[in-house]
Design a protein around this ligand. Structure first.
Ligand code: DAH
Length: 337
């Protein structure tokens, strides 16, 4: 005999009231078990019916089968959720307990500072440019109005590439000015952070260090504009009440040229306290440089600047020796997270 609707209805109620996963499992066997399950048996019995009765019963059975399967699923979920809840209630596991602190990394002082530079100059409308670290003599010196015999070359002890006539590791980011001016039409504002190389090593010099170059060219860009940009940048990058001074300086690619010194503060050893560190070179771009890249100096003018990144950070964080940046000593680096 195929069970009546009442039987299936009863199963539905039992499912919904099943107190545990085990009880549900037992019901599952009673209904759908392959050997003795009521539903399985009922489907087998269909074969004994006349065709018409079979079609009608099969429809009915399929309906119940669906309802019962759905009910089983729902109840299973309910019971699992409840068991998780009760787990939280036992005192074995405290789900509100805080996990041990995870060690998270942070940027090294130098890339972190560069990000800040890009943000500060970005707000002043400067675009970020890049240039190659291996340069030609032409770009690193000649085009910047530093001819072969010029004494300014001696101050930048150059690493030349072996086996080449004129390749070198750039000694300054200034050649990016040339690349940029060859490919862009004024007016423009750009900065370019990057690595530079010189044969130099002591507490304030390293054979590899970082600079960022800047360039602003237009029809009426003045020295006053330059000072305003320099002052804003120094205050934003170091601190609003930092002490600095402008003085004249010589760089062949600018005329007039200025340098900005910033005052050391709170140096632990007191050896530098109150002393000035030269951090920025800047000036109005020399007419020869503009001519070299095909810009008419009677129509356009502007300023260029180069900042020493390590030196800025040293002053900002009162770090007495720049070599600390490169040793990878975590005791040093962790202080600046
Ligand atoms: N390139 C110079 C250096 O490395 C710094 C510099 C000075 C850059 C004056 C400039 C500038 O753009 O106008 O010493």
């Amino acid at each position: 005999m195929i069970p009546s609707s009442d039987t299936w209805q009863l199963f539905l109620e039992q499912i919904s009231m099943a107190p545990s996963a085990d009880a549900l499992e037992t019901l599952d066997l009673q209904i759908f078990g392959r050997k003795q399950g009521n539903m399985t048996a009922a489907f087998k019995e269909l074969g004994t019916l006349s065709q018409e009765a079979r079609i009608q019963k099969a429809q009915e059975l399929n309906g119940w089968k669906q309802k019962l399967t759905d009910a089983m699923e729902t109840k299973k979920k309910e019971l699992t959720a409840a068991s998780h809840g009760s787990l939280a209630g036992t005192d074995g596991i405290d789900v509100t307990l805080e996990l041990p602190e995870q060690e998270t990394g942070h940027l090294h002082l130098i890339p972190e500072f560069i990000e800040r530079v890009e943000e500060v100059f970005g707000r002043m409308g400067f675009e970020i440019a890049e240039g190659p670290e291996i340069e030609t003599e032409e770009f690193n010196f000649n085009m910047l109005n530093i001819p072969a015999t010029h004494p300014a070359r001696d101050g930048q002890d150059t690493f030349w590439l072996e086996g080449s006539e004129d390749l070198l590791l750039r000694t300054q980011t200034s050649p990016v000015q040339i690349h940029y001016m060859q490919t862009h039409k004024p007016p423009f504002r750009m900065i370019c952070p990057g690595r530079v190389y010189r044969k130099d090593a002591d507490a304030t010099h390293s054979p590899m260090f970082h600079q960022f170059e800047g360039l602003m060219i237009g029809k009426d860009i003045s020295l006053a504009n330059m000072k305003a940009v320099m002052i804003t940048a120094i205050r934003e990058l170091i601190s609003p009440d930092v002490h600095f001074r402008f003085r004249t300086g010589f760089f062949p690619f600018v005329e007039p040229g200025l340098e900005v010194d910033i005052r050391w503060q709170g140096d632990e050893t007191k050896s530098r306290e109150g002393k000035w560190l030269e951090v920025v070179g800047c000036g109005m771009v020399h007419a020869n440089v503009l001519k070299n890249v095909g810009i008419d100096p009677d129509e356009y003018q502007g300023f260029a600047f180069g900042f020493g990144i390590e030196r800025m950070i040293m002053i900002k964080h009162q770090i007495p020796d720049l070599r600390a940046f490169y040793t990878g000593d975590l005791r040093f680096l962790r202080q600046f997270s």
